[in-house]
Design a protein around this ligand. Structure first.
Ligand code: AKB
Length: 311
């Protein structure tokens, strides 16, 4: 049985992950931490991840055996405040890794498609390839991957991670990401039957429905370590799509839906520096990653769930 501390527990991934982990391991074994309180009836502690001493004390108090470190600023926000992004994303990460080292904990943190850059092969981006990102978020993610591998090789900490694509969910909206349009488009389809995209037509990025992302985290953390040739971090993707592909998928259910464009140059530049479609073969081979939702299946579920939620 696992006992897991989650940082950033009320963010986009965390708010769903804590409930899924509770279903599997029992709510008393899932300790939610965040800088603000949120909607969770299990154990909660206020923790700022830049305060390593506090993080250590909470992990020790609850006798956890795993940390899932999710607290971070996303790409567009990081571009607005790069120094703060470095302090939170890298300062928080090394604090969490130190706690894992001191208390001998298993460790998960997400990397991202943002760990790639304009010189990375854009199509079927391999697991092991050029990583020279041009954003602060990307610099944080590559440094984070290297740091997690370092803690594994140097100190034997069982660190594992995935490179998440844009994550789409009807539960908690993302904040400050480049792929956020792919969530907003569904909300606006229900509310206005139209959407104005800040990302240009023809811009492909990897995407995934949240249920597949949560399953991937759990599957990777449960995987036999002897099977893992890679650790930080595995490419995983389910969908490669541009704004017009979302529009077409939505029009199957809402034929009058229209898509317009008003491009934001900052987020467009970030999107242009990321791959069109990454290759998930290593994750499939080493721990059995397989996504259940393609664009159409995700769209059907998103629209049904959002229609009920926004009623
Ligand atoms: C972002 O857009 O910043 C994130 C990501 C792909 O890491 N959703």
């Amino acid at each position: 049985m696992k006992r897991i501390l989650v940082t950033g527990a009320f963010g986009q991934i965390g708010s769903e992950l804590i409930n899924k982990l509770s279903d599997i391991y029992g709510q008393d074994n899932v300790i939610a931490t965040d800088i603000k309180s949120g909607n969770y009836s299990g154990p909660f502690e206020k923790v700022d991840v830049t305060d390593g001493k506090r993080l250590y004390e909470v992990a020790k108090q609850y006798k956890v055996d795993t940390i899932m470190h999710l607290a971070a600023l996303l790409s567009a926000t990081a571009e607005k405040m790069p120094k703060r992004a470095w302090d939170i994303n890298m300062g928080g990460l090394i604090n969490a890794l130190e706690v894992a080292k001191e208390l001998d904990l298993q460790f998960f943190t997400p990397s991202s498609i943002g760990a790639f850059g304009p010189t990375t092969p854009k199509e079927h981006t391999p697991q092991d390839t050029i990583q020279r990102p041009t954003t602060m978020y990307g610099v944080n993610k590559v440094s984070g991957e290297l740091l997690c591998d370092y803690y594994y090789y140097r100190f034997g900490v069982d660190t594992r991670g995935v490179r998440f694509p844009g994550l789409i969910s009807y539960v908690t909206p993302p904040g400050g990401g480049t792929t956020d349009y792919a969530v907003e488009i569904y909300y606006e389809a229900i509310k206005q039957k139209s959407y104005t995209s800040y990302i240009k037509e023809g811009t492909y990025m990897d995407m995934m429905y949240m249920p597949d992302a949560l399953t991937a985290i759990i599957q990777l953390m449960e995987a036999n370590p002897d099977q893992l040739k890679h650790r930080n971090a595995f490419n995983i993707s389910a969908i490669s799509a541009a704004p017009e592909d979302f529009a077409k998928a939505i029009q199957v259910y809402i034929p009058e839906f229209t898509l317009e464009y008003d491009v934001d140059p900052v987020r467009q530049q970030i999107a242009d520096s990321w791959p069109n479609c990454i290759d998930s073969t290593a994750a499939q081979e080493e721990w059995g990653f397989k996504a259940q939702y393609d664009l159409q299946a995700m769209t059907k579920d998103m629209l049904e769930k959002l229609a009920a939620k926004l009623k």
